[in-house]
Design a protein around this ligand. Structure first.
Ligand code: ARG
Length: 351
């Protein structure tokens, strides 16, 4: 831990242009804390900078140009399920901001808190005798919620409750009040029939299952959000055959020949679904970015990092968008997928 702490404190003082003498004092203090308690506490400034750099180091993320704009909310002092729930609602409200989405992270006490949800807002999924209702990605977690006493309406878009665990107490379950949940009904700029498919998606992707590591300290509950890139919804969530599987239905409405792969019905349906997603979010004033613009922004990020003398690490398989990847510069480049800290990473499911 001391080595990790030293590396992070050096980076923090160097990149933020802080005083070298102060750093020496701070390092002594940290060494003492670790010696006495087996761990140490970040200052608010260290925490804030660490969370931002963790975004900068996120190899799978194409949106990293904006890493410095992250709003960091320090909630390390909270230790009851109810107040943690309140602070998650505050996160949702602040981040949503009536559609002008603000990249935000709320950081809880490193090892005492766990949010069981994959995202703060996410649709339930149910395995029924005659097929799946809702989001197949949520089937296991939905069962957990039901075991905790929750009952969904069995629509395709039931928003799951928040499940919060503090220390080794039993997890507590909280329903998110409707007024906190901004959603976008999906319609198409030209196809009038599109709205009859009754598709929608929530406005803000807030990942709550990943841990944040800074200077040897692991924060197990640190939900964070940016805004969506259209393809996440239009080329994956609503399109994958094991998720909402909408391409056959859309292709049929378009009158395409779904019997022939070579008619490119999947590709044509995919383009129109993605056009609909971007159009709907834009018209509702909800932040979203198309994959071409996101790739250009990522290019800018690469240039800025180069000028700052830093190497950009990246995971090519995640950085390329899931539609028309070869139209972006990312497709044509190798990326080094080495993982550097601070960073976000997966952790074992708590259930
Ligand atoms: N791909 C995930 C989803 O569709 C969200 C991941 C985070 N995305 C983001 N734009 N920050 O729900």
């Amino acid at each position: 831990m001391l080595n990790e702490a030293k590396a992070f404190i050096h980076l923090f003082y160097k990149e933020t242009g802080r005083d070298e003498q102060e750093m020496v004092t701070r390092l002594k203090e940290i060494e003492e804390q670790i010696y006495i308690n087996g761990t140490y506490e970040h200052t608010a400034e260290e925490l804030t900078y660490g969370a931002k750099v963790a975004w900068r180091n996120s190899n799978k993320c194409i949106g990293r140009l904006f890493w410095q704009s992250l709003t960091v909310i320090d909630k390390r002092e909270l230790h009851t399920e109810e107040v943690i729930f309140e602070s998650l609602l505050e996160h949702i409200k602040f981040a949503t901001n009536e559609g002008r989405i603000r990249p935000t992270i709320t950081i809880f006490s490193p090892q005492d808190v766990r949010v069981w949800n994959h995202q703060l807002i996410r649709y339930a999924g149910y395995e029924m005798e005659d097929g799946i209702i809702g989001d197949s990605d949520s089937i296991a977690f939905t069962k957990v919620c039901e075991e905790l006493g929750w009952k969904g309406n069995k629509t395709n878009f039931d928003v799951l409750p928040l499940v919060i665990q503090v220390k080794n107490r039993p997890a507590k379950i909280f329903e998110i009040p409707e007024q906190y949940i901004l959603e976008v009904p999906i319609r198409h700029p030209e196809y009038n029939w599109f709205k009859e498919l009754q598709l929608k998606w929530y406005a803000v992707p807030m990942i709550s299952s990943m841990k944040l590591e800074i200077g040897g300290i692991t924060y197990a509950a640190a939900p964070f959000n940016g805004w969506y890139m259209g393809t996440e919804i239009g080329a994956r969530n609503l399109a994958d055959d094991y998720r909402y599987n909408m391409l056959p239905t859309i292709a049929e409405h378009m009158g395409l020949n779904t019997k022939s792969n070579a008619s490119l019905w999947k590709d044509r349906a995919l383009v129109e679904l993605n056009a609909a997603v971007l159009h709907s979010f834009k018209e509702d004033g909800v932040s979203i970015v198309d994959h071409h613009t996101a790739a250009q922004q990522f290019k800018k990020f690469e240039e800025i990092e180069k000028d700052a003398g830093r190497d950009v690490t990246g995971n090519w398989t995640w950085l390329i968008p899931p539609m028309s990847p070869a139209t972006t510069h990312i497709f044509q480049k190798p990326y080094n997928n080495e993982k550097i800290t601070p960073n976000y990473s997966y952790q074992p499911l708590p259930y």
